[in-house]
Design a protein around this ligand. Structure first.
Ligand code: ADP
Length: 262
């Protein structure tokens, strides 16, 4: 509990402090990208100037990733939860990943089309997918492997939820992301949700990805768990409470009732 409190406080501080700065910083980055790309087009091919400008773009890209994660913290306070079918969101994320991951990584999916809806924010669900799958990709960078994304329904009974903080027994949507990468030792697993904890070199890691995921899952009243074995791979399970009825176009009153749970 002590750890959870410390983490919640840290995240709140990061959210408030950095959210505003990150937003302005994003606009500055926009100019850096724009002008650098324009200049790359007019300097001679393969010149030292062009190589230097490519480095500027690379650095700006890292900054953009960092800013995006920080913005995700501050966005938690104004998230828009609505009855949401997650399947299309997951498929869209997978499409993007298929286009950007190397062919040494095989992407498999096992999506149950019949799963019900959750109260969710599609942008945040997409963010969860991108953060988990990017980590999976990094873990398989050297040897390649399989990334498996599954979606199904599951029932959590009182005997299970008693071990999970603040979630009710009932029907849940279960999103699992597995990789066959390098895995983690238990000392690493214990710290992965801490903001700024990273084992990656500066170029690749911000240490914010999983704390963003953790924050989003909590704000969706869900639960996240991780199983990892060094040399074998890692699986993340995320359970989000299913809404009892299919989404309707009705008055906001019924939506309020659904939101009011907890
Ligand atoms: P970052 O990816 O920027 O380091 P994260 O919060 O996303 O930050 O992850 C924290 C750490 O957790 C990573 O540096 C890595 O050590 C570990 N980790 C996360 N996902 C995986 C995975 N799928 N396989 C192995 N290690 C992982």
């Amino acid at each position: 509990l002590q750890t959870q409190l410390r983490q919640a406080q840290k995240m709140e501080a990061i959210g408030t402090l950095a959210g505003g700065i990150a937003h302005d910083f994003n606009n500055i980055l926009f100019s850096i990208f724009g002008y650098t790309e324009m200049t790359i087009d007019i300097v001679p091919e393969n010149s030292p100037a062009q190589r230097n400008l490519m480095q500027v773009l690379k650095a700006a890209d890292r900054a953009r990733n960092l800013v995006q994660q920080i913005l995700a913290f501050s966005r938690e306070s104004n998230q828009e939860l609505r009855p949401l079918r997650i399947q299309p969101v997951i498929k869209e994320s997978l499409k993007l990943l298929r286009a950007s991951l190397p062919s040494t990584i095989e992407i498999r999916q096992n999506i149950d089309e019949k799963c019900g809806s959750v109260m969710g924010d599609p942008t945040q669900i997409h963010q969860i997918m991108m953060n988990l799958c990017t980590n999976a990709y990094h873990a398989m960078l050297e040897s390649g492997g399989v990334l498996l994304v599954s979606l199904g329904e599951t029932e959590l009974g009182a005997d299970e939820t008693i071990y999970y903080s603040n979630i009710e027994p009932g029907l849940y949507l279960k999103l699992s992301v597995s990789d066959t990468g390098h895995g983690m030792i238990s000392e690493t697993v214990e710290r992965i949700f801490d903001p700024y904890f990273t084992t990656k070199e500066m170029e690749k890691g911000t240490g914010l990805g999983l704390s963003v995921v953790h924050g989003i899952v909590k704000s969706h009243k869900g639960h996240i768990s991780v199983y990892s074995e060094p040399g074998m791979g890692t699986t993340f399970h995320i359970c989000l409470p299913l809404v009892k009825k299919e989404p309707t176009e009705q008055k906001p009153v019924s939506e309020k009732l659904l939101l009011g749970n907890g």
